[in-house]
Write a protein that binds this ligand. Structure first.
Ligand SMILES: NC(=O)c1ccc[n+]([C@@H]2O[C@H](COP(=O)([O-])OP(=O)(O)OC[C@H]3O[C@@H](n4cnc5c(N)ncnc54)[C@H](O)[C@@H]3O)[C@@H](O)[C@H]2O)c1
Ligand SMILES: C[N+](C)(C)CC=O
Length: 463
């Protein structure tokens, strides 16, 4: 790469832990040409589904074999607690490649149907072509897997751009790709920031952009793609709600689930259920143990296996989150856990895990995505009110419903205008099922056969 060196800094102590070279527009062009040549050679696009599925399985096995290294590196560059990184950063990626291989083995690339004017129509699903995949820093291996696995399953070739804040795990991943038997040029990785991303988005050799990141950047990318009539998938921000229904039993499972739902990866997960909606009549019964559990969380060095909350990605993010908490307090919110900077951790960008009670859904802290370890607890009157508040957001990514009655929770889940909802669990993502946003959380889906649909063009041949 011809650009300057990007130093990757640990959010735990600001130490330089690695470096990559920035790709300039010329380098991006070389990568796109390599992907185009690999596509047109047909070696990958025309291979059998079983051959491609075997490569996806080999990628899953390759990551698994080096899972300790991947977890160490993701923990160091993102600040994810090491104990969580094994699952959240690594097993998730393994699960996505394995689930895509499974979906690919039964995916219908060709079918025939009777023509309405007589005869038959052969409907083919052909690769969309060269894909530009752009990912954020919070879960690099996982978010890249959600793009690479279905794109490769469809027979596409890819130019992948990691975030300059966390490019190291994906640099290591290139070794897994080499060993998995992918033909040369099928996946190309270019490092860099916004300018590198822009060069990829506007390169005429790219047929589709698949982006995960903030809604602001996604809107700009969507605009650029629509100008060039380029296909685009956007996985954007969220402000998800966990609805605690009035029949719930307040036990360890509920409190642990609510805490995990918001604090996993230091609150830096797009599906974080940062708004906890609690029936007014049972408010204190939930807020008190929640505040106690969050106050007891071990904050510190992400490499320490006992750590539950590490630093946020950088000092600017810490300052923004702290300002949002102060703003909420000025608006009348009550701090019941955290709220002050953790002591003795000044070398890194730490935010104490925080719970704010007495929050109204109109407050900025309940509307803006903070991407940090901050939960707000909003009281509601009845089930309709809970659904109304949950849906009163410009985002629509995910949610959770907690209840003693699974059928009731499932019915409430179905009323939420979001892409995925978990019932009595904090994890609204299933590797084999569609995942994506309503409203300003984006459009398009990743995961399962629907994930492969996003990387094919339908072609009808009228016989
Ligand atoms: N919906 C999801 O699946 C999902 C998953 C993870 C993170 N996110 C969102 O990502 C955000 C945090 O990540 P971030 O700070 O890295 O987001 P970001 O939008 O700043 O950047 C994401 C990626 O896009 C690149 N980029 C930014 N502007 C660009 C442009 N104009 N053209 C091309 N590339 C550009 C960045 O270099 C980075 O690689 C949060 O909003 C979070 O909700 C969403
Ligand atoms: C969980 N994931 C990776 C799908 C999206 C947010 O981080």
């Amino acid at each position: 790469m011809s650009g300057p060196v990007i130093e990757v800094v640990s959010p735990a102590d600001n130490r330089v832990i690695g470096q990559v070279s920035e790709a300039r527009a010329d380098d991006v062009d070389v990568a796109v040409h390599a992907a185009r040549a690999a596509l047109e050679s047909g070696a990958w696009a025309n291979s059998t589904a079983e051959d491609r599925a075997a490569v996806l399985d080999a990628i899953a096995a390759g990551i698994k074999a080096r899972s300790g290294e991947f977890a160490d590196l993701s923990s160091a560059e993102v600040g994810s607690p090491r104990a969580w990184a094994s699952f959240g950063q690594v097993s998730t990626a393994v699960g996505v490649y394995a689930a895509s291989a499974k979906a690919l083995r039964t995916y219908e690339f060709e079918s025939t149907r009777p023509s309405v004017i007589g005869g038959e129509v052969l409907v083919r699903r052909v690769p969309v072509g060269v894909v530009g995949a752009i990912v954020p820093w919070n879960a690099p291996l996982f978010t890249a897997a959600l793009k690479l696995a279905p794109a490769l399953a469809a027979g596409c070739t890819v130019v992948l751009k990691p975030s300059p804040d966390a490019p190291l795990a994906l640099a290591l991943f290139s070794e897994v790709l080499e060993q998995a038997g992918l033909p040369a040029g099928v996946v190309n990785i270019v490092s860099g920031g916004v300018e590198t991303g822009r060069a990829l988005v506007s390169n005429p050799g790219v047929d589709k952009i698949s982006f995960t990141g903030s809604t602001a950047a996604g809107a700009r990318i969507g605009e650029a793609c629509s100008r060039d009539v380029r296909r685009v998938t956007l996985e954007l921000g969220g402000k998800s709600a966990a609805i605690v229904l009035d029949d719930v039993e307040v036990d360890k499972k509920l409190i642990d689930g609510l805490v995990t739902g918001v604090m996993a990866n230091n609150g830096q997960i797009c599906v974080a259920q940062t708004r906890i909606l609690v029936p007014r009549g049972r408010y204190d019964e939930v807020v008190e143990p929640l505040a106690e559990a969050v106050s007891a969380m071990r904050v510190g060095d992400p490499a320490d296996r006992a750590t539950e909350v590490g630093p946020v990605i950088n000092a600017a993010a810490r300052d923004r989150i702290e300002a949002a908490v102060s703003g909420a307090v000025a608006e009348g919110a009550r701090v019941v856990a955290g709220g002050t900077r953790p002591e003795g951790l000044d070398a890194g960008s730490y935010v104490a895990p925080t719970v704010l009670a007495d929050v109204d859904n109109q407050m900025a802290v309940a509307r803006d995505e903070l991407f940090g370890p901050v939960a707000v607890v909003v009281p509601y009157d009845d089930e309709d009110d809970a659904v109304r508040i949950a849906n009163d957001s410009e985002y629509g990514l995910a949610g959770a419903v907690w209840s003693a009655d699974t059928s009731r929770a499932t019915r409430v889940a179905g009323r939420l205008r979001v892409g995925s909802v978990s019932v009595n669990s904090p994890a609204p993502v299933d590797f084999g099922s569609p995942f994506g946003g309503f409203k300003k959380s984006g459009f398009g889906r990743e995961g399962g056969p629907e994930g492969i649909d996003a990387y094919v063009e339908a072609q009808s041949i009228i016989l």
